[in-house]
Design a binder for this molecule. Structure first.
Ligand SMILES: [Zn+2]
Length: 413
């Protein structure tokens, strides 16, 4: 009697163990309306990858239909949710990087580029080294692809320089850049540079040879120089229409030349403040969904309540209740407070483009540009970076976010 009872208990334990193992290794199926055609699909994932994508007759839960799309990819994140990547005093740490990452998951961003802007060599070096140490932390789940260095090799002119501090703006310096590159663990994937500076063309050529994507921005280059920069390998204009003076020559200005160059892509900030609707409409008409990237230029002030804050240098930064981030001292914008989940809806509202086009500009295009061949679309073999969301008038309302096949955000929990 006793023996048989023990046997049954053992059998039960084995049964439950097998069941648990089965759950752990089971393939997961995720349903949603495919972002490209709004048809119901079932996406099967296993070991962090997409195994299959199948059209189905209807969703299991038709009362709460959600869309499914590849996770968003943001190439310009200066900080988020109170954490800045540009901290000068060595305060950037592992916990801060984890916080940015998990807060961005809530906005559907599954890959992003921490962005360091114009600063001293010492601060850039230190923060790149801190980022490099954390890049492969398990807690980040592979969400950081690499880094964006915006500046310090940009135009010193007011307006073109934007909010970058003049005291740290300098000419391209390959030796310095290589030191930063090494400090980053060779993970600087892209650099924004002003192509008219002494030594910029050689700098662009060297970066291109190394596989670092060159962007031009915060510049006042002539058409000839823009075209030359593209011939030397520059691929994209950083936040087109911003990092530009208010007063420009109506014939000779960087907007026309960057729009007119067919090889040059453009990133645009679609937060409703950086560009007028008609600017977005024209940029989109010229570049189209193939050559446009939606970026955020988002800063540490995103998700904070409206009010006045101090930046690293003790200067006042104002976050309005509408979500505009201002640098009152120079009457310029100070980056953005809106993640690209807002930009996706804003560009749809302004241009009338489809959800498929908007997601292409916020995921597929950046994946292609930066050689992230394992993401940016929903297809067998791709990394299972997926978002489930509803649409609102102003943003993608994220319900679930998967990174590398792991559910990293669930709005209902
Ligand atoms: Zn900028």
């Amino acid at each position: 009697m006793n023996y048989s009872f023990t046997l049954k208990i053992q059998q039960l334990i084995v049964f439950f163990l097998l069941l648990t193992m089965n759950i752990a290794f089971a393939q997961t199926k995720i349903e949603g309306l495919l972002y490209l055609n709004k048809k119901p699909v079932s996406v099967e994932i296993k070991d962090g990858k997409i195994v299959s994508v199948q059209q189905i007759a209807k969703l299991s839960n038709e009362s709460h239909p959600v869309y499914i799309a590849p996770g968003l990819i943001d190439n310009q994140v200066n900080g988020f949710a109170g954490v800045s990547f540009c901290l000068a005093g060595g305060e950037l740490n592992k916990e801060g990087i984890q916080k940015v990452t998990s807060e961005l998951w809530k906005k559907g961003v599954t890959t992003y580029f921490p962005t360091l802007t114009t600063n001293s060599q010492e601060v850039l070096f230190k923060n790149f080294a801190t980022l490099a140490k954390s890049k492969n932390d398990e807690a980040l789940n592979g969400s950081i692809a690499g880094y964006h260095l915006e500046g310090p090799y940009i135009s010193p002119e007011d307006g073109y320089r934007g909010a970058h501090p003049l005291k740290f703006v300098r000419k391209p310096d390959w030796k310095e850049f290589m030191e930063l590159y090494e400090a980053s663990g060779r993970n600087i994937l892209t650099v924004t540079i002003a192509p008219e500076l002494d030594g910029a063309m050689e700098f662009i050529r060297k970066c291109t040879t190394m596989g670092i994507t060159v962007a031009i921005g915060h510049h006042n280059a002539s058409k000839a120089i823009v075209d030359q920069a593209v011939l030397n390998g520059a691929r994209i204009a950083t936040h087109l229409g911003n990092g530009c003076a208010n007063m420009i020559n109506r014939h000779n200005n960087p907007l026309w030349s960057q729009l007119a160059n067919n090889q040059l892509m453009a990133s645009i900030i679609c937060d409703g403040f950086h560009l007028r609707d008609e600017e977005i409409a024209v940029f989109y008409k010229v570049k189209g969904p193939e050559k446009t990237i939606i970026t955020s230029d988002v800063t540490s002030f995103a998700t904070l309540p409206p009010g006045e804050y101090k930046n690293e240098d003790g200067e006042t930064i104002e976050l309005t209740k509408e979500g505009m981030l201002r640098y009152p001292a120079q009457n310029v914008l100070y980056g953005s407070a809106s993640p690209i989940s807002i930009g996706v809806i804003h560009i749809m509202n302004v241009t009338g483009c489809t959800l498929g086009d908007a997601i292409q500009m916020a995921s597929t295009n950046p994946a292609k540009l930066y050689g992230l061949t394992d993401r940016g679309t929903i297809a067998p073999g791709k990394r299972a970076d997926l978002i489930l969301f509803e649409l609102s008038d102003s943003e993608l309302v994220i319900k679930k976010t998967y990174v590398n096949g792991k559910l990293v955000y669930n709005a209902s929990k």
